[in-house]
Design a protein around this ligand. Structure first.
Ligand SMILES: Cc1ncc(C[n+]2csc(CCOP(=O)(O)OP(=O)(O)O)c2C)c(N)n1
Ligand SMILES: [Mg+2]
Length: 354
């Protein structure tokens, strides 16, 4: 069963490298602002961030083709969402409860999606999306539309211990589906460390048990992440069946912003896994000549402006009125709920609702 070595080394495409980093910067800036809004009491419900996981997430979103692939991002995948093409305003509108958001202001944080644009709204962070994407790929096969298409999702280390994960990956392996599962091994499932989650030596050993190709990468090493994740997507597309990528890293924040993560020991934080992939990426990009430092500074300034606008616009938007609007987030009277419509016309149509 091939490990990472099976991926042929290649020189990385400059457009890809730059697009991944751009998405990482956008995600980091957006999430920094969301954390401030949360602390200021401006967000109802929890805020869940992907700080420290942007390299692999962004690498996956950028490796997928938004015109044909299917992506089911989870709570730490703002970078992947952005790289795949989700506009930043989908995030701010969701967290700030705007009726113009993809979930019409009915979901307070992370379950947003754009089904018609193949961004699947998350059911659970704990592995359910593996089965959902596998099912989507089987449906594509039955419709004769699978050729050249890849489906991908991200999970955490903890999710790999759930029944949902097992069933999904096993089905994908048996059906030899073009499914890429990115496991962001941030060493903890909430506060439960890896030592209490699995007994195999390395998490990647699980891939072998399912009969799928596994790849391991240092998730703090930006260029390695772009190469290994991109290579896994290529292999899935080329017919090598499901691919599982285990990215070793640390989340550089709490499980959610309500969590101070004091259970993460200092030696982990100050060790190699505690490196900030955004800082590593910047250094690698400048050193390898993918972009000059001054250009990246300009990107940062532009992004700060873009994020500020996305927040201001979502704050100006109307909030949902349950007495006047349809209650379904992702459907209408012709839609997912089979013709049932119990409420009046919406006063403010959601811009991106299907
Ligand atoms: C079936 C189920 N059990 C528990 C939870 C609560 N929960 C949400 S995320 C999480 C930890 C997930 O850990 P991991 O898969 O490692 O992802 P990470 O949060 O580290 O990214 C838990 C216990 C849940 N949402 N669903
Ligand atoms: Mg985890």
């Amino acid at each position: 069963m091939p490990d990472t070595e099976a991926l042929t080394p290649r020189s990385l495409d400059s457009v890809r490298v730059r697009s991944v980093f751009l998405a990482m910067l956008k995600a980091r800036q957006l999430e920094t602002k969301l954390a401030s809004l949360y602390k200021a009491g401006k967000i109802v419900g929890g805020v869940y961030l992907g700080k420290g996981q942007e390299a692999v997430s962004g690498a996956l979103g950028a490796a997928l083709d938004p015109n044909r692939d299917v992506f089911a991002p989870l709570i730490r995948d703002q970078a992947g969402r952005t790289a795949f093409g989700e506009p930043l305003i989908d995030c701010t509108r969701t967290y700030l409860g705007s009726v113009r958001g993809p979930m019409r202001g009915r979901d307070g944080n992370i379950h947003r999606g754009r089904p018609r644009e193949r961004i699947i709204a998350m059911i659970s962070h704990l592995g359910a999306e593996v089965s959902v994407v596998a099912g989507h790929l089987i449906a594509s096969r039955l419709r004769g539309e699978l050729e050249g298409r890849v489906g991908a999702t991200c999970v955490g280390d903890g999710a790999t211990s759930t029944g949902a994960f097992h069933e999904g990956i096993n089905l994908a392996a048996v059906e030899r589906l073009p499914l890429v599962i990115l496991v962001a091994n941030n060493q903890f499932a909430y506060s439960t460390p890896n030592t209490r989650q699995f007994a195999c030596d390395r998490l990647m050993d699980r891939a072998r048990g399912y009969g799928v190709e596994g790849h391991e990468v240092d998730g703090t090493d930006f260029l390695a992440a772009v190469e290994v994740v991109g290579g896994a997507v290529d292999r899935a597309r080329a017919g090598h069946g499901p691919q599982m990528v285990v990215a070793n890293l640390l989340r550089l924040t709490g499980h959610g912003e309500h969590d101070d993560a004091r259970y993460i020991p200092d030696e982990l934080r100050t060790g190699p896994l505690g490196r900030d992939c955004v800082a590593v990426a910047r250094e690698q990009i400048v050193a390898a000549g993918y972009a000059a430092a001054a250009e990246l500074d300009q990107w940062q300034a532009d992004i700060e402006e873009e994020v500020q606008q996305a927040i201001a616009e979502a704050q100006r938007d109307p909030k949902p009125d349950p007495w006047k609007e349809r209650w379904q987030a992702l459907s209408d009277e012709r839609g997912l709920f089979g013709g049932r419509s119990e409420a009046a016309e919406p006063t403010e149509p959601a811009e991106s609702a299907p």
